[in-house]
Design a protein around this ligand. Sequence first.
Ligand code: FAD
Length: 432
Amino acid sequence: AHMNENKEFVLVGGGNAAGYVAHAFVENGIADGRLCIVSKEKVAPYERPALSKAYLFPLDKSPARLPGFHTCVGSGWERQTPDWYKEKGIEVLYDTSVSGLDISLGTLSTKAGGTIKYSNLIIATGSTATRLPEAVGGSLPGVHYLREVEDADSLVSSWQEASKVVVIGGGYIGMEVSAASVSWKLDTTVVFPEKYVMPRLFTPAIAHHYEEFYKSRGVKFEKGTSVKKLVAGTSGRVARVELTNGKVIDADTVIVGVGAKPNVIPFLQAGLKSLEGGIQVDGQFRTSAPGIFAIGDVAAFPLKIYGRTARVEHVDHARKSALHFANVLTHKTTDPYDYLPFFYSRVFEYPGSERKLWWQFYGDNVGDTVEIGDFNPKYAAFWLVSGRIKGVFLESGSPEEFSLLPKIARNQPHIDHLKLRNASSVEGALEV
Ligand code: FAD
């Protein structure tokens, strides 16, 4: 069995948070010979959001491929290829899945039967896409999930042969994948049980604009219904989707985007405290066991600004939690993590696309909303509680306008409701 050489800091997970930890450890001079990354994936950490965006561009529109989007290119920093890790003295164990943790011995066990000893353990195992049960056809050939680069490769190879695509789920993955699918000129239907797309964030009006735009690009929607069964054809490959509303849609390719679950099982089984389905940490990413930390999707952390606990499955938090953790470790700060929630998406952005849609949201989507603009191209929504702005959404802003959003959401200014409502433009509303 393999014994790792770098055992002072062992990081489990080879995703977004891992790449940013490696960057920060190098910047702080604590990487060389001291950090070991253990990753289930066969490739070095990359910017995962690309998998449902530039990775899925039509093949004649220069889609992104590795090594192009290894971390930390998403932040405009050096691209960390496998050679970069070698040069920096960071040991990376690829294709290695951790299956157990023994806190009293300070060891990890791997699926292949190896043991890894650590002094400090950082857990950054991210999430796994939720699957439809086998009995519903969730594992048929032609049924795809999207989490890792191998999943994206498999989807692209299906699309090269596909003609009828069904996307299950109206969240981020459903929206980004269906936009890509019609960009490939494939017959595309999105199915989801809610009344409108992105219901956890979008207002009905935002969702309406998005759905109309998608329809103008050829996407069909089946709303308020869900999958009864994915049925195979004679070849064994998925051939149709039976819905609970009785409709049947032919499909040779199905993408399931119905949420994700944090990868925490071996760590919780070892006795780490759990919260919000993840691993409980404090404002410095310490778990309930000394010398063990958790960051990224798996961490349930104090969301200081709103005085509650949160688990955030978004890349901005993966990056910032990694950087904050490194700053705490190197005594650059003793401050607790003070995260401001930030979500975004971009669709129809392939080269030559007539129009790209791009929104950003900062803050908390609670309270009443005031919405400004006609989506042509700009649109803004403000969430207000007792006259204070709690959250702000902007579609197709300029870089300057987008840069106002975190300031507004952080400061939570008191505003005149009427003045905001009567703002004549999105630009004007952002000034209020
Ligand atoms: P991950 O990046 O998921 O990395 C976890 C790593 O741990 C993986 O390498 C995994 O293989 C490895 N691992 C898991 N279990 C084990 C184990 N037992 N042993 C060893 N290794 C293990 N967020 C946004 O904010 N904006 C977006 O536009 C956006 N788009 C996305 C598109 C897609 C297709 C996906 C899947 C996610 C997207 N996200 C987006 C979410 C964002 O990518 C995640 O929040 C972020 O990657 C989390 O970082 P992480 O390091 O915690 O986990």
